[in-house]
Design a protein around this ligand. Structure first.
Ligand SMILES: *[C@@H]1O[C@H](CO)[C@@H](O)[C@H](O)[C@H]1NC(C)=O
Length: 327
């Protein structure tokens, strides 16, 4: 019955229209994380992503989608969105029930976790690519290749048995096929277009230096912080003159809460060798004008300026006081 419902819903959704010419993110996918804690307790988390940008959440109590951006619905009508949300709600309820029924048949023990990721990718000049991957207990379980379920070798007989089982349900397979290969690429194009202004914006990085925890006696860890930039691609290097410092260590690019990015780039040097080193940042928002910050240099110049300003101020105050006395 569930399968029939899913099929009917999916047939209502029209197929792909071909458009070209977009930049920025290239994929859209949904993530499902289901934790089966015990026989009666399951939590489902759902989210929708454009590459590494989350644009949808899922309220699992209400069974409704959360649209995190004003353009998260792309160019789909409210009716189409309702149909999709219904599919997801029915799928999650059905999935939870079926998984509980399968526990003994597949000799799985509580607690266990199911993760899946399904979506599509459109790269300029390439054919659209769709994907679905599932994992059980953190281990690859199955994927979809060439429109059919393929068990992952790591998961042995369970995955094989599951794929054989699910392949018998033509309705489910057709629904998934339609969602992955037709609905997803069309949705992705629409959402890329609707969110164009947001996705193609340029935000300049803010750069500052600090010293990290000392790597050892007589050594210094120089840290270059680069924050608030968008889009994600960035080039940051510790340099001396024209020479890139080979010991430069780049951390992971981490998300800020406002959708921009943060990166920390470090260099471990002998204390005496820090002078003359600088951190160089290239980013598309800077229009070729790299940001350059010298180690120690800006601070001493800043201090000198501050000292001079303070002296001038003092001088003026003394002058003013004298005038006032005379008057
Ligand atoms: C299942 O887990 C929940 C949350 O940990 C707990 O509150 C509940 O009592 C458990 N139920 C059973 C039947 O063990």
């Amino acid at each position: 019955m569930l399968f029939l419902k899913l099929t009917l819903l999916a047939v209502l959704l029209p197929g792909v229209s071909n458009e070209e010419g977009f930049q920025g993110p290239t994929s859209f996918y949904l993530i499902q994380i289901s934790s089966f804690i015990n026989k009666s307790w399951t939590t489902n988390q759902g989210s929708g992503w454009l590459d590494d940008l989350q644009i949808h959440g899922w309220n699992s109590d209400a069974g409704t989608a959360i649209f995190l951006k004003p353009w998260s619905k792309g160019n789909f009508s409210d009716q189409e969105i309702t149909v999709l949300v219904d599919i997801i709600r029915i799928y999650l309820v059905g999935f939870t029930q079926e998984a509980r029924d399968f526990v003994s048949q597949f000799q799985i023990e509580y607690p266990f976790e199911v993760q899946s990721r399904a979506g599509c990718e459109l790269r300029p000049g390439e054919l659209p690519r769709s994907f679905l991957m599932g994992a059980l207990g953190g281990v690859d379980f199955l994927s979809i290749q060439n429109h059919s379920f393929v068990p992952s070798p790591e998961s042995g007989w369970r995955a094989k048995k599951f794929c054989r089982l699910v392949s018998q349900y033509q309705g489910i397979c057709d629904t998934i096929d339609n969602l992955l290969y037709r609905v997803c690429p069309r949705f992705l194009l629409g959402v890329l277009d609707a969110g164009k202004a947001d996705l193609q914006r340029q935000e300049k990085p803010e750069v500052w230096l600090s010293s990290g925890p000392s790597p050892g006696p007589g050594r210094l860890l120089l840290v270059c912080h680069v924050s608030g930039f968008y889009p994600k691609p960035v080039w940051v290097m510790w340099m001396r003159g024209e020479q890139e410092q080979r010991g430069t260590h780049q951390g992971d690019i981490l998300p800020n809460a406002d959708g921009t990015w943060y990166l920390r780039v470090t260099l471990d040097v002998a204390t005496g060798e820090a002078a003359g080193l600088y951190c160089r940042v290239k980013h598309s928002s800077l229009g070729g004008q790299d940001i350059i910050l010298y180690w120690g240099y800006p601070i001493s110049i800043g201090l000198i300026c501050l000292a001079i300003t303070a002296l001038i101020l003092l001088f003026l105050i003394v002058l003013a006081l004298r005038f006032m006395k005379r008057w």
